[in-house]
Write a protein that binds this ligand. Structure first.
Ligand code: FAD
Length: 485
């Protein structure tokens, strides 16, 4: 099927979770083709990605697309943004765009959740019938999935040996992979599209403003630079304290691909050439370690499609009898559990889309152990609210906290939310910011306000569970599940 109106051949670059022009493998290959390029982004807000998507992330993506459109236009690449209702429709959009622009080749970077992979298979099959090539690249991780393996060719199921093997395998490419510089050719169709300067239409999806997160290239690069200049050295000391601005806050950019993990690593090694040397007392190494966690979860998702289907990694945990109490769940979601550190974190998540890593661990442990609620419910809640929602990292984090995952903390180790608060927010600075009712509670009672003599004056709930009891019940439930298996 050749389009009669457009005779010149084109190629299509299909952007998904890689919203950048710098260091973009698929884009570089499209440029290498030497043909005029049409860029495409297909928004499926009602069924975005395999899983839920937060309204704040939709807004973030929408804002980033405006920047991407301008950056591409400077390179003679017009960006088309098309909204559809579901993945099936997106397959037809690709087909139609190929037809409209007489495209001979479509380029994209891989997405690993199973629905995305199935969508890509459908696209590949459909356009192959018309003689159009579909090339898809591993771009999202520094080392490609299936390349960090044990001597027997198996995937590591535990993080530390994975990390060690990852470091051994890693070699820094001598040149930093930027956008290809070659002149990008135009065509009549490209010139026509570039001359239309409409802003990208708002998506048909409830939006929460993401303006706290700048989307322009300079500010993102500056954030990375500032992290290395001012925070990286003390990262290992500060990273667990939510009241301290001690981490990079780059995950939203990594999640939508406004920044690549390679860019992060390249800059890290420019500032700290020894960052690859294992040393837990070193900020740069500790940060690298976190980047490798991201790789670990991505590699697992690629190997085990059942993770995309909400299966627990530890098979016995499918027999855990979750309580799934709707009242308790609602209290957790609304930040009204009576455990100040949990409530502060959950309220911040709802109003901003952000939660600190330590608090993700505490709130996930609380939901799954203290409330004995199925981890999948929490996993979805996070995806519906996080600005950095990323299926692999979120699934990995939840399964870790719930003791259902690979490398899980053993099920009998249960976080004590009060002790966690006392340790990581000792004076309650973070709590006071988000739980206004507790603003004037003395430091001594900030983690146990119900024990304060004036507790009745507070409009704040009593603890919804007794942690000691809840802990024993959770451990027993896991024990029974193990015995059942
Ligand atoms: P930094 O501390 O500066 O770390 C640098 C980068 O390393 C991060 O931007 C992130 O890309 C990566 N990273 C750090 N910690 C982890 C980790 N534990 N697992 C995987 N990658 C990591 N991260 C997401 O990006 N998206 C999610 O949806 C997500 N959900 C999570 C759910 C739970 C229950 C838990 C426990 C963790 C989750 N994480 C998720 C991981 C982690 O909490 C965030 O990546 C981190 O808080 C982001 O803050 P930062 O950019 O300041 O990270």
């Amino acid at each position: 099927m050749t389009n009669k109106t457009v005779t010149e051949q084109h190629v299509v670059i299909w952007f998904r979770s890689d919203l950048r022009v710098v260091d973009n493998t698929a884009l570089n290959h499209a440029i290498d083709s030497g043909l005029p390029i049409i860029a495409l982004f297909i928004a499926t807000p009602m069924q975005w990605h395999q899983h839920n998507i937060a309204a704040v992330q939709v807004d973030f993506i929408h804002r980033r697309l405006q920047v991407l459109k301008q950056q591409l236009a400077k390179r003679n690449i017009p960006l088309q943004v098309i909204e559809v209702n579901d993945f099936a429709e997106s397959v037809h959009v690709i087909d139609q765009v190929c037809f409209d622009y007489n495209a001979v080749h479509v380029f994209a970077n891989k997405q690993y959740p199973i629905n995305e992979q199935q969508r890509d298979n459908s696209v590949g099959e459909l356009i192959a019938k018309k003689g159009i090539k579909f090339s898809i690249f591993d771009d999202n991780y520094i080392l490609q999935p299936e390349t960090v393996l044990t001597r027997d060719g198996e995937l590591f199921k535990v993080f530390t040996p994975f990390r060690n093997a990852w470091i051994k395998r890693f070699t820094l490419s001598p040149s930093y992979p930027v956008t290809k510089k070659s002149d990008i050719v135009t065509s009549d169709a490209v010139i026509k599209l570039l001359s239309i300067s409409n802003p990208i239409k708002a998506f048909n999806y409830p939006i929460i403003d993401s303006v706290l997160w700048p989307v322009d290239e300079e500010t993102i690069a500056q954030r990375l630079e500032t992290f290395f200049e001012t925070k990286a050295e003390t990262y290992h000391q500060n990273r667990d304290f939510p009241a301290i601005d001690g981490t990079s806050c780059l995950s939203p950019y990594l999640a939508i691909g406004a920044l690549s993990a390679r860019q992060c690593l390249y800059q890290l090694l420019q500032h700290f050439p020894n960052a690859l040397e294992i040393n837990k007392d070193d900020g740069a190494f500790t940060w690298l370690n976190e980047i490798v966690w991201r790789e670990f979860y991505g590699h697992l998702l690629h190997r085990y499609p059942e993770l995309s289907q909400y299966q627990p990694f530890q098979k016995f945990t499918q027999f855990v009898q979750w309580k799934d109490d709707a009242v308790l769940l609602k209290a957790w979601q609304e930040g009204k559990t009576g455990f100040p550190i949990v409530d502060a974190a959950m309220r911040q998540l709802r109003s901003t889309g952000w939660m600190h890593n330590r608090l993700r661990m505490i709130t996930a442990s609380f939901l799954t152990k203290d409330l004995l609620c199925d981890w999948r419910v929490g996993e979805q809640w996070f995806m519906q609210h996080l600005i950095d929602g990323d299926f692999a990292s979120n699934n990995g984090g939840w399964q870790w906290a719930a003791s259902t995952g690979t490398d899980a903390q053993p099920y009998f180790r249960v976080f004590n939310p009060t002790l966690q608060g006392q340790r990581f927010d000792p004076k309650g600075d973070f709590i006071r910011t988000w739980v206004k009712e507790l603003e004037h509670v003395p430091d001594k009672y900030i983690h146990t306000p119900h024990q304060w003599a004036s507790a009745e004056s507070l409009n704040y709930p009593l603890p919804i569970v007794d942690h000691k009891e809840a802990r024993l019940i959770a451990i027993e439930s896991f024990k029974q599940a193990k015995a059942y298996m």
